[in-house]
Design a protein around this ligand. Structure first.
Ligand code: HEC
Ligand code: HEC
Length: 269
């Protein structure tokens, strides 16, 4: 019977150790090698808007509108019919679809594309001139100030939440794509919302190629990035049905279609 207290003590220690491990989010590496796509990211609840002073509240709300309906609210500057929120899903808060949570802290940083350190403002201009196929926003104009205010509000660290864990795009191993099979995937799984000719079917369904799409200087204009985005987030109404191979195939098919060229007058972005 002397072993009973020892067993109880051992169980108590084991319980404490696991509680600490859970608290610190220690997870065995083996878990992720068996389930590489297991969700690690947490849902992000931005700081409550109600806590903001009136002027900042109005700017953040305008930024959110600009982000969600860019061709409408920044009509003089966009060339495409795509909103920031068409790629940065759920208002830029969805994990692994290039969320802008944490972007306020990530910039300024060195950009290989620009060959220099770029500010958050420059990074927004990069998406304006490439992903939006548009013109840079006026440097200190209301649109730029509103977008920055929105991104900064989203990026505010939250005392009650763990750090956001889904930055960037889903890491996907590169595969050799088959664009012919991609054409079949497109017709079956994408054309209903994005149109038979990739032209989009009106908001919120954006064009994927053609004159109103993002240009060939955009981040989405690489098969790997589009495949990662599509694998994580498309088809929008049936996420998760595509294999990684299907995602590469359909991205390669989309990349064979024509799209606007990046205007090299904006090379500095
Ligand atoms: C066609 C898709 C698309 C559109 C439209 C788009 N973006 Fe992006 N954006 C991207 C991609 C792809 C990245 C790079 C993600 C990566 O490689 O991690 C990016 C990166 C960014 C980043 C840097 C994120 C970080 O923390 O490194 C910011 C900020 C940003 N975009 C803001 C915007 C804003 C504001 C708009 C609207 C004016 C916009 N984007 C429109 C696709 C898009
Ligand atoms: C049920 C409708 C629907 C289907 C089906 C669908 N999409 Fe989308 N897609 C959307 C919407 C809506 C958005 C804008 C983001 C959002 O609101 O979720 C989007 C955004 C995108 C974007 C980024 C924005 C852009 O214009 O480049 C890409 C790339 C994309 N979809 C590719 C695909 C591919 C490839 C398929 C097929 C495998 C597909 N989608 C199927 C609705 C759909």
């Amino acid at each position: 019977m002397r072993s009973l207290p020892a067993a109880i003590a051992a169980c108590t220690v084991a319980l404490y150790v696991s509680a600490i491990a859970v608290g610190l989010r220690v997870r065995p590496a083996a878990f992720y090698s068996i389930y590489p796509e297991a969700p690690r990211a947490r849902t992000w609840h931005p700081a409550p808007l109600s806590g903001l002073p009136a002027e900042r509240l109005a700017t953040v709300q305008y930024g959110k509108l600009l982000f969600e309906e860019t061709p409408l609210y920044a009509s003089g500057y966009t060339g495409s019919r795509i909103s920031c929120g068409s790629c940065h899903l759920q208002g830029g808060t969805a994990p692994f679809t290039a969320p802008v949570i944490g972007s306020a802290q990530a910039y300024p940083k060195f950009s290989a594309r620009a060959g220099r350190r770029v500010s958050l403002e420059d990074r927004v201009q990069e998406c304006m001139t490439r992903s939006e196929n548009g013109r840079p926003l006026p440097h200190d104009g209301p649109e730029m100030r509103a977008l920055l205010a929105y991104i900064r509000w989203l990026s505010e660290p939250h005392p009650t939440q763990a750090a956001f864990a889904g930055r960037g795009l889903e890491p996907l191993r590169a595969l050799r794509p088959d664009p012919d099979h991609g054409a079949a995937v497109y017709a079956a799984q994408c054309a209903g919302c994005h149109g038979a000719n990739g032209e989009g079917t009106g908001p919120p369904f954006p064009p994927l190629w053609g004159p109103q799409a993002f240009n060939d200087g955009a981040g989405m204009n690489t098969v790997e990035k589009m495949a990662a985005f599509v694998h994580a987030a498309m088809p929008q109404n049936r996420k998760g049905i595509l294999s990684a191979q299907d995602a590469f195939d359909v991205a390669a098919f989309v990349h064979q279609r024509p799209r606007p060229s990046f205007d090299h007058a904006y090379d500095r972005f």
